[in-house]
Design a protein around this ligand. Sequence first.
Ligand code: NAD
Ligand code: ZN
Length: 349
Amino acid sequence: MKIIEIHTPTQDSVISCETGCFLRHAPEFLAGHQNFVLTDSNVHALYGAQIAEVFADTPVYVLPAGEENKNRENLFAILQAMIDAGLHRNSYLFALGGGVVGDIGGLAAALYMRGIHCVQIPTTLLAQVDSSVGGKTAVDMGNVKNVVGAFYQPEAVLVDGTFLKTLPAREIRCGLGEIIKYGALNPLILDSLLENADRLFDLDYLSEIASDCIQHKSEVVQLDEREQNLRKSLNMGHTTAHALELNYGGLSHGEFVLIGMYYESKIAVAEGLATAEYAELLSGLILRVLGEVPRYAGLEKAAESARLDKKNAASDEVSMIVPAGYGVYAELKLPFEKYRDYLVRFAGK
Ligand SMILES: NC(=O)c1ccc[n+]([C@@H]2O[C@H](COP(=O)([O-])OP(=O)(O)OC[C@H]3O[C@@H](n4cnc5c(N)ncnc54)[C@H](O)[C@@H]3O)[C@@H](O)[C@H]2O)c1
Ligand SMILES: [Zn+2]
């Protein structure tokens, strides 16, 4: 078992990465407390029997699956169910599911009685390598994603590769988007991805590389929990990814992260930050996951979305974290018109 720790001023968080750790370790948190399990309808359909076995008579709240349910109505319905279940300050909330369950469950744990214990049990690859680690919790409001939330570190995260066996290929590709992003931020992860390029969809390999990605994220979060500096690096590829995701949709978030990285590496080459050889190397990994990278018509609107991205310091520029050297990133700020022209040139139909 690999154990990774994150120490922040408010919480020590212990992340256990081991096949079978859900069944083995979840019961350790149960003794003597009134607890609460949050999951979603898809995960419950697949793992309801195991949930009943591990959590026995603990109340289980089943959220309808899907991002559209990560909203304030469901947040308050969960909080009401927690009140009805008689949870108290020492209670544990177990968030067992993908990033949607983790985000809304983490926020419910942060709000209930100003904070109860939270254990994240991520069941998607994206949740394992990204959303369950680092303490960002949120719900969406209207069309604005993650606009209401809190930093609230879980006490424990149980990362169990067994859950990946039932994940659709699309969700594996989604997690791979973030994994390849970590490769572009960390030379050791990049070495491993290149050496194992034929095994990118092999679940044993994914569990192995997931723990390296979690280690990377944990170190970053420990140094910069509130995203003042270093944590911004984890947004590599995301400026263009979010802009395309918002305007075109149809693919998972992680797939858009790969597309964003693909086009932003071309911009980095054009700006003299990365070599064409390095951009080719990353593109090779990206293409192994996506097959091909889509091109788009009407990119001016997407560029405008990137301009409005909350990560920009000024309204007439677009800020990005782009691949630079091998496993090295750089922050690039471009005047809006220049970014728009690059996007149309590289990604346009
Ligand atoms: N907090 C953070 O730092 C952070 C980071 C990245 C993403 N996020 C958030 O995470 C969310 C996306 O997470 P996600 O991709 O896990 O989405 P998700 O939770 O919607 O899960 C994707 C789909 O997989 C299903 N599923 C979950 N586990 C499964 C399993 N083991 N087998 C089969 N199906 C399973 C779900 O029911 C859902 O249909 C977004 O809301 C995003 O904003 C948060
Ligand atoms: Zn992401």
